[in-house]
Design a protein. Structure first.
Length: 498
């Protein structure tokens, strides 16, 4: 087994053991007045385990950092979770750059969707059906309940089994795949164990369909997607879509889902523009060569091109540096549908490619007035401002955004770059520290904060903020991490005195 896989397996098993045994110790003298699952794995502990796995996924580089795709999936996910959640669960939705058809739920409300699954759906209702199913796994606490059901095997054996599943999930993959998707396999493997429990799957279907209907989606979307991918089933499991291995689909299950959906009033839904935008962007990104993406979209006669298709063609032209053609498409789309943020972004980027600098900046500024603090818009505008040599404005825009919306790791790196270019070096170290914390490198994060504290002309308010952040993070460090931190500080002091 690959060394990196073994390390991740041990890490997750250890995290599972620590959380579960701590819970047993904390609750051994308390009456059982809540869910039996709480006695083994509390919601807070589930969140901590999920956050630990999520940091590894972020560090793997497998998460799609296209803000337009990420925001779309997050918006759909939150629309669903708002109708499935009584406030006890916080959800984080993210997209994994992987062509396989799969989705998974981690402890603590982290829901991952593979790019291959988004492309495999035929409608927004089908995508919503998958997300509703995964949300139901979280709200029904299937992971904690699975642990409870396996108490007879002991917490230790359960943790070891979980670690073994994580370690072996990708054993048959080639080295390149292992390198980029090991962390993602943790989520897939952890869920695979619970999903094969028939009752859990059926409960997730039942709750998910209710949520779909209450969210305004067609409740038949879930069964529709199961039926589509069920047709791809083959005798060889190796050729079976991953989703089918982790979510076994039978004709009985599909029929039951359709029967449940008929209990609700049939709704006529239409795919949103952003569904088409996200799928078009994924389709363009699938081609290694820009000209191949252009050829794919140009193959459709102009008279039969939908707005989604034309948007994809415009993005392909941008990628292939055919800015004149891209400009024509985005001018037409943006003038006709002013409410679609993606069209304004595409227009500004085409203008920038044409070196129409003032026009590009004005397009972004007007869009920002219409859609303040929209994440993809601000991120793309900030990238443009950095390219145009205005890092101060970029830094200010990003800081305002991230004070109101939690950033992703790649977005934290972007604001760090803006701070460097704006000569805000202490803040740049601070942002870099936050990036390190997000990928689980606590020692590296504190080291970056110490570098910030060593900057000349440091303001008192910055010193207080940086020191408080160090004190806070140290509370969560293991003994080994604290020793490592001390060693790194001693080395730095030795180097500085030479």
């Amino acid at each position: 087994m690959n060394l990196r896989i073994r390390q991740l397996a041990v890490f997750t098993a250890a995290a599972f053991i620590g959380a579960a045994t701590s819970s047993l110790a904390d609750n051994s003298n308390l009456p059982d007045i809540g869910s039996p699952a709480d006695a083994v794995l509390s919601k807070n502990e589930e969140s901590r385990i999920g956050a630990s796995i999520m940091r590894q996924i972020n560090a793997s580089g497998a998460v799609v950092d296209d803000p337009q795709i990420a925001e779309y999936v997050t918006d759909i996910g939150h629309r669903i979770s708002a109708h499935a959640n009584n406030g006890d669960h916080q959800f984080t939705f993210f997209v994994i750059d992987d062509p396989s058809i799969n989705a998974f739920a981690l402890p603590g409300g982290y829901i991952g969707v593979h790019t291959g699954l988004i492309e495999a759906t035929r409608s927004e209702d089908e995508l919503a059906g998958v997300l509703a199913h995964e949300v139901a796994h979280v709200t029904q606490r299937h992971i904690a309940r699975a642990v409870t059901a396996n108490q007879r095997q002991s917490i230790l054996s359960t943790a070891i089994m979980l670690g073994a599943l994580i370690g072996g999930a990708l054993a048959g993959a080639d080295a390149d795949v292992l390198q980029g998707t090991v962390a993602t396999a943790q989520g897939v493997s952890a869920q695979a164990r619970i999903n094969f429990t028939r009752s859990n799957e059926h409960e997730a279907d039942r709750i998910g369909i209710i949520t779909l209907a209450e969210s305004g989606f067609d409740p038949r979307g879930m069964a529709s997607f199961f039926e589509v991918i069920g047709r791809t089933n083959t005798p060889s499991e190796a050729r079976m879509p991953t989703f089918l291995r982790t979510h076994p689909v039978s004709s009985t299950r599909i029929a039951e889902s359709r029967a449940r959906a008929r209990n609700y009033t049939q709704v006529r839904t239409a795919d949103t523009v952003n569904y088409g935008v996200a799928r078009a962007r994924l389709r363009v990104a699938n081609y290694e060569q820009p000209e191949d993406a252009v050829a794919h979209f140009e193959d459709q006669p102009a008279a039969f091109q939908s707005d989604d298709w034309r948007y994809g063609l415009g993005v392909a032209y941008l990628r292939d540096d055919q800015y004149i053609k891209a400009l024509r498409i985005f001018e037409e789309l943006a003038n006709r549908e002013t409410s679609v943020i993606a069209y304004h972004i595409g227009l500004a980027r085409a203008q920038l490619g044409m070196e129409q600098i003032d026009d590009a900046r004005n397009t972004f500024e007007r869009a920002l007035e219409l859609f303040p603090r929209n994440v993809p818009l601000v991120v793309r505008f900030a990238e443009t401002l950095l390219r145009l040599g205005d890092p101060e404005r970029a830094h200010a825009l990003l800081l305002d955004l991230f004070n109101n919306v939690a950033p992703t790791p790649s977005q934290v790196q972007l604001i760090a770059r803006a701070a460097v270019d704006a000569d805000e070096l202490a803040e740049a170290h601070y942002y870099q520290a936050e990036y390190k914390f997000m990928i689980g490198d606590l020692v590296g994060g504190i080291t970056a904060l110490r570098q910030a504290l060593a900057m000349p002309d440091l303001k008192e308010i910055q010193r207080i903020r940086f020191e408080a952040r160090i004190d806070f993070v140290r509370e969560f460090m293991s003994e080994e991490q604290l020793r490592q931190l001390q060693r790194s500080r001693s080395i730095a002091q030795t180097v500085s005195t030479r």
